[in-house]
Design a protein around this ligand. Sequence first.
Ligand code: UGA
Length: 345
Amino acid sequence: MALKVLILGANGFIGSTLTEQILANRDWQVFGMDISDDKLGDSLKDPRFKFVEGDITINREWVQYNVRKCDVILPLVAIANPLQYVKDPLRVFELDFEANLTIVRDCVKYKKRLLFPSTSEVYGMSPDSVLDEETSSLVYGPIEKQRWIYACSKQLLDRVIYAYGVRDGLDYTLFRPFNWIGPRLDNLLDAKEGSSRVFTQFLSNVLHRKPIQLVDGGKQRRSFTYVGDAIDCLMRIIENKDGCASQQIFNIGNPASDLSVAELAKQTIEVCAEFPQFKHLAEAATVVSVDAGTYYGKYYQDIQARVPSIKNAKDRLGWAPSTDLRTAIRHTLQYHVQRGEVNFA
Ligand code: UGA
């Protein structure tokens, strides 16, 4: 019998890419729910994909029914944009924590395998130069710094899931995305400042002739991870050969792509210049510095460096990332060019 995978938030960045890859490369069935379907494209036409437009907090019966029916559950519904953490922290708590706790409990009740998206943010301002799933401390700032409500919500769910594993034998995997990037991360066509994660924001700024803004000068670093590599890792976790991913935590990131935000700006402009239709925009691109208080407000606090240890993923899943940042930027632009979506003046 083909594996049945339930993806809540199937239209998100991870959900839509994962759905597409499963349908293209496996014989599994996918059941999906999301409040919209604009990123799902041809997946919607596939008979192995059963999609329902709905809200996981309202369509409870559908969710429970499908948790019972499926083998593997991925609750991917969450707000994952730092500007939202500081603007609407209670909404982040309600959706990322409360709504997902309900799904976690459904998985416990029906004894289903749960693949839960933790986050690189759970490490917060950990002093470790390389972040390890088992040994690194999780370090956050004062309560006033509301940014941490996202990391706290995710961390507490990690702890709840772990405890269900210990007490009830819940079969789970916690995976921690480290700045996954690529097509569909955010809406490239939405030029609004702060509406996107930095990868899409910088591309969007170049294409819309807006200055790239380096928050506090752009010295902070991230390990940018191409979504194609990341989804390959997720597929291995879903497959779970000989239980290799059960009751495990995996950082999914690219330590070789540990770069400053200023370097990201530079490479974004350089790769845009490789495309004849964007060359003039790349040549006109400007980069400015803005302080974090002005960009995000007083509830923000940043993370200066974030490099994953991927030893556990290498050892247990045989996985390693292979795509560098330039290639990831190229793939993202090509994706939009192929769809004729980017006709910028
Ligand atoms: C992200 C988000 O919290 C989630 O997407 C996710 O859980 C996690 O981290 C991850 O993907 O690993 P962060 O990396 O801080 O957090 O989010 P970005 O919005 O991509 O910002 C990265 C850095 O770029 C920050 O230091 C930010 O201040 C800076 N930035 C952002 C700029 O310099 N300019 C901008 O216009 C936007």
